[in-house]
Ligand binder design. Structure first.
Ligand SMILES: [Zn+2]
Length: 473
């Protein structure tokens, strides 16, 4: 029996136990070769019973002990007790059931470069490493990296992600990332970007973006946007920078195509330049709320621009993290991982760091509650990415993207308030079960259909080849 057949058989046993009736086809790697993972588990029918349910839906509220009924990928019912004869039971006792985390900015293509990093050597930190090796990426490297990043996302309870692809070196690279997203089973937006090192006066590949838009169509799991090169008057740096005239040209094209836009703004002056150029709008997500001022916050709120805050990396950058000022001004703020090259996939740590920084900066005068933080990490992210109609809360009719977080581990034990537990005590290893669109992708802290060892081996092969090509020692 081949490994593929074996994987299928194992999976069939696993999914049959959950009442599944069919298997989805698996996929090979971006450029052919052996599959990186087994097929996705089928969407079955099950009820999570007896969990502490945090719905993030104000009409339903929270349940001290409740059931969540899922069928064919959708949430059917959320109540203290649900009768569902024939449905499999997932024991939720001792667990918190909540919507899966929604990440709103993550450079999955850099994931596999982690072993090249050295935090205390300036030549081996995130920017020099990703630039030097990023110039040599093949589509397979993009594929292996995104697959690995998405696996780490899943293990951390992230069910939706914004794949911020700012190294699309060819149409095949874009296809490789999209294929990795589709095969992972996660929900997400693919933000098509430029290629590292391309001339600043060369426009992005909009004909190919149009092709991909057509190809993706109206897929409920995957949407398309663009990520822009920096627009802040600084032309240095390794990520490219364009002037407002080029931004106007590129962004107008994206907007004519109905594509949302995302942009990094860690330097100063970007918002003023964008405002003067008339480029602010509700389809714009900015990333890294640093080095802004009151006039900026007012302009952002007025134009409905939203911000993604990446606390794990941002707290190490110059300038204060101004998510508090943004929220107070009425700007919607969501949470992102940014990368797992220099950081780790840990939304719990992101929430905890935001809570700590708020206390550090305001002495607790601004009331950022643990419930607000969990909302930012779930429904807030779904709103940011335009997915709130289908995910972000445990609302009957929405798609079933949910996680179960164990509360019995030594880092928790007995808990009081469940929001406090998630923000102050929890860690990714507490995530027991991860469901995306009704598919159980993690169960009892393990992947149900994914060979993580294979992903790691593929990634290591890519890194070795990239280092050789870049003469990196
Ligand atoms: Zn970023």
């Amino acid at each position: 029996m081949s490994k593929d057949q074996l994987d299928r058989r194992t999976l069939l046993v696993a999914t049959t136990a959950l009442g599944a009736t069919a298997l989805m086809p698996g996929g090979a790697s971006a450029q052919g070769g052996a599959p990186a993972a087994g097929p996705l588990p089928a969407r079955g029918e099950f009820v999570v019973r007896g969990a502490r349910v945090l719905t993030m839906d104000d009409k339903i509220g929270d349940l001290a002990a409740g059931d969540v009924h899922v069928r064919d990928g959708a949430i059917v019912a959320v109540a203290a007790s649900v009768a569902a004869p024939g449905a499999e039971t997932i024991d939720g006792k001792g667990m918190i059931c909540l919507p899966g985390f929604v990440d709103t900015h993550w450079h999955h293509w850099t994931t596999l470069l982690r072993p090249v990093m050295q935090a205390d050597d300036p030549k081996r930190t995130y920017f020099p490493v990703t630039f030097a090796l990023g110039l040599h990426y093949t589509p397979d490297d993009s594929y292996h990296s995104v697959r690995l990043g998405l696996a780490q996302a899943l293990a951390a309870g992230v069910t939706t992600t914004h794949d911020w692809a700012h190294n699309v070196r060819s149409p095949a690279h874009a296809d490789a990332e999209v294929k990795a997203m589709r095969e992972s089973g996660l929900r997400g937006r693919f933000a098509y970007g430029p290629a590292l090192g391309m001339p600043n006066d060369k426009p992005m590949d909009f004909p190919d973006i149009a092709r991909l838009k057509k190809e993706i169509g109206s897929d409920p799991m995957l949407t398309l946007g663009i990520n822009s090169r920096n627009v802040d008057g600084n032309t240095g740096g390794t990520r490219g920078a364009i002037d407002p005239a080029m931004a106007k040209k590129e962004w107008s094209t994206a907007r004519e195509m109905g594509l949302p836009i995302t942009l990094h703004t860690s330097g100063t002056g970007a918002i003023k330049l964008l405002n003067e150029a008339g480029l602010l709008g509700p389809d714009l997500q900015l990333v890294h709320p640093l080095n802004t001022d009151a006039a900026d916050w007012e302009a952002l709120a007025k134009h409905g621009v939203h911000y993604s805050v990446s606390p794990l990396g941002e707290a190490g950058r110059a300038g204060e993290m101004q998510f508090i000022e943004m929220i107070q001004a009425g700007v919607k703020v969501s949470i992102s991982i940014d990368n797992v090259t220099a950081e780790r996939a840990d939304v719990f740590a992101c929430m905890r760091m935001l809570q700590t920084i708020n206390r550090h900066r305001t002495g607790g005068k601004f009331k950022l509650t643990t419930k607000m933080l969990v909302r930012m990490a779930t429904l807030g992210g779904a709103e940011d990415l335009g997915f709130a109609d289908r995910t972000g809360s445990l609302t009957p009719g929405k798609r079933a993207d949910l996680i179960l977080v164990r509360t019995g581990e030594p880092n928790m034990g007995d808990i009081g308030d469940p929001y406090d537990a998630l923000v102050q005590l929890a860690q990714p290893s507490d995530v027991d079960t991860v469901v995306v669109d009704g598919r159980i992708l993690r169960r009892k802290g393990a992947f149900t259909a994914l060979d993580y060892g294979k992903l790691l081996a593929d990634a290591a092969q890519s890194v070795a080849a990239l280092k050789a090509k870049a003469n990196w020692s």
